[in-house]
Each structure stands twice: as structure tokens, then as C-alpha cells.
Design a protein around this ligand. Structure first.
Ligand code: PHE
Length: 458
């Protein structure tokens, strides 16, 4: 009988990624406020830098993945990336120290720090995800549930980050931002320390061979190793990754309304009184990580239980369910705001339902997608393909901003999208119902063909 428990290496990667995400989201929680309140940037300039930063952060994994595949292997890329990110956070700490004595140096430390974070993340993020899959034999049914558990680590870090870095840094006194960045830097050091200490012991294949080492460039005989050309089966598997990555753009661009249009909605059109206390609009951002931490183990159990009965949906079908949950989330809120007069506020329960449904969607799509990338990539391309997966997130985030400009505002001409006029909030939310719904339907229809193209590895 095979044992169903997961290898210890999974928990090492869980903790390493948890502290890295703590560092990433901790900095992000105070970043815009720091630029506006300490460095005195105007809002548009700060928003511009923020958008460029978050966009670039998911562009560099393409390079980081390639470097790992070709030269360094996952382990070394993670270590170098992690050190760069820690340096980046400490540079922001210095910027926070200098903001009122030497603005010019403070600004240079800001840009230098951001550059280090962008490059470091490129080396770290795709490679930590790649290693999760390598802990298992090809074809092992536990891989989807492993990535779902790993995703819980990501979100445990994201959840703690604003609480700790926000509390330390966002005190109302601009001199305190630096403590938030310092905490983010220490989080990164903790991630590195845990990874360095335990990697040799736990990051091994089921047979005990180390994983994430640099690719062999020279045979023992001294002859150069040449990367074999792709076979037809490998090409079809890579095509599946590219096709699902394209669908993922629709998912994240609707999902990421959270930071933009849905936050306006929370601020302006949601009754946020709870037992005499006004819930800040920003608190709605934590509904997603909290729901991931609560529901991820349940989803992991569902996949394992279905797998045991031989009834587990294929990965493309799970991802189509993800898009469907997203569409239903928007349908619920579109119903909630239907016929709403301007200036009238609706219950918080609408947004809470939307975020919980969106989290269900995320759990069907995001960890499953990471898992699919690892399963389908020939080992010599895993890092690069992981980079492609993150690239679609980068594109989607940009697109999310464009779509959120369609948010209807009183006194502004009704925005248009492909001949559809957005007169009110109901019409706005329906854009996402249709977009995610149509993508879900097409992906469902394609899923059996895609499953065939995976040649048994979905
Ligand atoms: N919470 C996820 C993470 O930080 C968000 C994300 C999803 C980021 C997909 C990139 C790609 O990993």
C-alpha cells in the first residue's frame, strides 16, 4: 500500500515560501503609503511606480527560470534571489531612515531596493514552485494536493504580512515606515535560513537523490551535454501549458479587481458598520488569504478523495471550474447591486460572498496551474515554463487596471466595451460574469482534447 502523507520537503518549501511571501506582501502593504507620506511623491507618481513594480516582479521569473534550467539549478537560484530580496528590503529600510534628512539618497535607495526585489523575485518565485513537483514521482496523484498545501503557505505569509509590517510601519508617523521594511527584511532572512539549514536533508526525490541541483553541463567522460530536442509528445505538453496560460489571463484580470474597482466599491457603496464599528475598506483585502488558509486543506482533501475513487477531474477541467466560480462570484454581486440608486449602500455580505467564491475559484485554478506546469514540462524546461505561467499573471494585472477604468462614476460619460454600454454597477460586474463565464465554457469544451495532449500527465 502506498502512503498518502506528503514528503517532509513539502513542508520545508511551505515555510520557505511563507516567509518570502510575508516579506513581499509586508513591503507591499506599506509601499505606496511610504512614497506618499514619507517621500512626498504625488499620488499619480506613486501609483505609477507601484504598477511598474508589481508588473516587473512577475516578468523577471522568465529570466530566473531560464537561469535555473540552464546554469544554476533551483537551489542556487533561490538562494541568490533570496539574498537579493533581503538586500532590497534593507535598502528600503535605509530609504526610510533618510527620508527627511537626505531625500535624494532616500530616493536612490528606493529605486535600488526595488530593482533588487524585482531581480530577486525573478530568481526565487518560479524556482521554489518548480521544486514542489519534483518531490514526487511523475504521475503521482498527490501533486495537486501538494500544491494546494503549498498555496496555503503562500497565503499564511500574505495574511501575517500586513498585520506585522503594517502595524510596525503604518503608525501615522512617517519615520516609522522603516520598521515595516526592516521586518520584511528579517522575514526574508528567516526564509533563507530555514531553506539553507534543511535543504540537503529534505529536498530529495522519493529515492533519496537531491533535487534542484545545477544541470550537468559536462558528462563524466568530459563530453558536453547537449539538451535533447523536443519530441512530439513534449511539444504537445508544452502547448497545453501555453493554452491554459492564455485562459489564466482572463481569470486574474477579473480576480485582481480586488485591489482596484472592488476596493472603490467597498469604500463607497458598502455599508461597513459592524456592531457600531466601521470596518476599513482595506480589511476586505484579507478575506482572500483568510479564505485560502481555511479552504485550502478542504480542497486538498477533496482532490485526494476524488483521486482515490478515480473520479478526479483533469487539471484543465478544474481550471474551468475555477473560472466558473469567478463568474458566479460576480453574478452574485451583480444581483446585489441591481437597481441600486446612486449613493445607496449595500450589505457587506455581498462582498464577503464574492471574495469567498473567488477564493474557491483561485483554489481550483492557481495551485492546479502551478502543478500542471511542473507535471507537463520536460525537466530541462520547468523553470522557463514556470516563468511563462507568471508572465500571464503580469499581463493579467496590467489588463485588470485597464478594465477597472470601466468602473462607472456619477457625472462621467458611461464607458463602452466592445459596443456594450456600462451604465451602472450591475452592467460593470456583468462584464466579468460574461468574460469569466465564456472562458470557463470554452475551457470545459477544450478540456478533453487538452487532457489527451498531456499524454497521461494531467
Ligand atoms: N497569492 C499569490 C502569490 O503570491 C498570487 C499570485 C498568483 C501571484 C499567481 C502570482 C501568480 O503567489
Amino acid at each position: 500500500m502506498t502512503t498518502r502523507s506528503h514528503p517532509k520537503g513539502l513542508y520545508l518549501l511551505f515555510v520557505t515560501e511563507m516567509w518570502e511571501r510575508f516579506s513581499y506582501y509586508g513591503m507591499r502593504a506599506i509601499f505606496v503609503l511610504f512614497m506618499i507620506k514619507a517621500l512626498m511623491f504625488d499620488k499619480a507618481h506613486a501609483a505609477d511606480i507601484y504598477g511598474t513594480y508589481t508588473g516587473l516582479v512577475y516578468l523577471t521569473p522568465l529570466v530566473g527560470g531560464y537561469i535555473a534550467d540552464r546554469y544554476w539549478g533551483n537551489r542556487r537560484s533561490i538562494l541568490v534571489g533570496g539574498v537579493m530580496m533581503a538586500i532590497g528590503q534593507f535598502m528600503l529600510f535605509l530609504s526610510g531612515n533618510l527620508h527627511n534628512t537626505d531625500v535624494q539618497s532616500a530616493t536612490w535607495f528606493l529605486y535600488g531596493g526595488l530593482g533588487m526585489l524585482i531581480a530577486g523575485n525573478g530568481l526565487f518565485k518560479p524556482n521554489i514552485s518548480s521544486m514542489v513537483g519534483q518531490l514526487y514521482e511523475p504521475g503521482d496523484k498527490r501533486v495537486d494536493s501538494a500544491f494546494t498545501i503549498f498555496y496555503m503557505g503562500i497565503n499564511t505569509g500574505s495574511l501575517m504580512a500586513p498585520l506585522i509590517c503594517g502595524t510596525l510601519g503604518d503608525t501615522g508617523h512617517p519615520d516609522d515606515f522603516k520598521w515595516g521594511f526592516l521586518a520584511a527584511g528579517f522575514g526574508m532572512l528567516l526564509s533563507l535560513a530555514v531553506f539553507s539549514l534543511f535543504k540537503n536533508k529534505y529536498l530529495v526525490t522519493p529515492q533519496g537523490a537531491p533535487i534542484g541541483m545545477a544541470p550537468k553541463r559536462v558528462h563524466e567522460s568530459g563530453e558536453k551535454v547537449v539538451h535533447a530536442p523536443l519530441t512530439r509528445i513534449e511539444k504537445e505538453r508544452l502547448a497545453v501549458i501555453l493554452i491554459v496560460s492564455a485562459f489564466v489571463i482572463f481569470f486574474w484580470s477579473a480576480f485582481e479587481q480586488a485591489g482596484a474597482s472592488l476596493t472603490f466599491f467597498a469604500e463607497e457603496q458598502t455599508n461597513r458598520n459592524l456592531l457600531g464599528f466601521t470596518v476599513p475598506a482595506s480589511y476586505f483585502q484579507s478575506l482572500n488569504p483568510i479564505s485560502v488558509v481555511i479552504f485550502a486543506p478542504i480542497f486538498a482533501m477533496i482532490w485526494t478523495a476524488l483521486g482515490r475513487k478515480g473520479m478526479e477531474p483533469s487539471s484543465p477541467a478544474k481550471m474551468a471550474f475555477g473560472l466558473l466560480f469567478l463568474s458566479i462570484g460576480y453574478l452574485v454581486i451583480a444581483f446585489g447591486v441591481d437597481g441600486l440608486q446612486p449613493g445607496v449602500k449595500v450589505s457587506m455580505l455581498w462582498l464577503v460572498s464574492l471574495y469567498v467564491l473567488h477564493t474557491f475559484g483561485e483554489l481550483c485554478l492557481s495551485p492546479i496551474g502551478l502543478s500542471l506546469v511542473v507535471k507537463l514540462s520536460p525537466a530541462r524546461f520547468t523553470g522557463l515554463m514556470m516563468g511563462v505561467w507568471f508572465l500571464s499573471t503580469a499581463a493579467a494585472n496590467k489588463f485588470a487596471g485597464t478594465l477597472s477604468e470601466l468602473y462607472p462614476e456619477a457625472g462621467k460619460a458611461a464607458p463602452q466595451l466592445l459596443g456594450y454600454t456600462i451604465n451602472n454597477l450591475h452592467d460593470f460586474f456583468m462584464v466579468f460574469v460574461f468574460m469569466a463565464g465564456a472562458a470557463s465554457l470554452v475551457l470545459f469544451l477544450l478540456s478533453s482534447q487538452l487532457k489527451k495532449m498531456t499524454h497521461g500527465l494531467q
